[in-house]
Design a protein around this ligand. Structure first.
Ligand code: IMP
Length: 197
């Protein structure tokens, strides 16, 4: 299936395209007229609420255009710190900009629980039909920033399913085998195989 991913985040597109290609789907970026998608992200709705809001906004964007018959994908994701009652969650992007990764590391003292997880919610709409899936990647926050690969919190996130390196130290292909995005996209590909009633 040809899928248009409504996001302005090039890293997310690259990862989703690589994952979904293996599963038989092609992913392209859905361009807004300004060639850059900016969503109005409602606060306090959680990942799922934000993802569902994004899909409505994306549908409104393509109404009446040649993309109106295409499958549209949106995704909302974030990191959840065990020591901070799952904060920053859906606000991960804002918090990353405000504090930086050094600021996050400063918040976690040696005694604190360094457990964390990435979560992603993916929503795909085709006409009136909507599919929703989610994925989780458990791990912990490293003592220091390590590696330049990936994006966002990757230099300070050590996945449990890895070999002790941060996502920032891993190649995209390795991250994409075990990431929260992988789990959400794979679940989506499974749902798309099931014929609709
Ligand atoms: P969104 O665009 O509102 O979904 O924001 C997602 C934010 O969560 C990103 O800007 C990052 O701060 C963080 N995030 C989500 N997934 C990842 C990932 O795979 N690696 C690193 N940071 C991520």
């Amino acid at each position: 299936m040809r899928i248009l991913f409504a996001t302005g985040n090039a890293d997310k597109i690259n990862e989703a395209a690589q994952i979904l290609k293996e599963l038989g789907h092609s992913v392209e970026q859905l361009m807004s007229e300004a060639e850059r998608i900016e969503f109005d992200e409602p606060k306090n709705l959680g990942l799922e609420g934000v993802a569902l809001s994004k899909i409505e906004q994306a549908r409104a964007m393509i109404e009446g255009t040649e993309s109106a018959d295409c499958a549209i994908l949106v995704e909302d994701s974030g990191i959840f710190l065990d020591a901070y009652d799952e904060w920053p969650g859906a606000n991960s992007s804002d918090v990353e900009q405000e504090l930086g990764l050094d600021g996050i590391l400063d918040l976690l003292t040696e005694e604190q629980d360094r457990g964390a997880e990435y979560r992603a919610v993916a929503v795909l709409a085709l006409g009136e039909r909507v599919w929703k899936t989610s994925g989780v990647c458990r791990g912990r926050i490293s003592a220091e920033k390590l590696g330049d690969n990936g994006f966002g919190y990757d230099p300070i996130f050590i996945p449990d399913a890895g070999d002790g390196r941060t996502f920032g130290q891993m190649l995209a292909a390795s991250k994409n085998l075990i990431s929260h995005r992988r789990a959400a996209m794979q679940a989506l590909a499974e749902l798309l195989k099931t014929p609709s009633k």
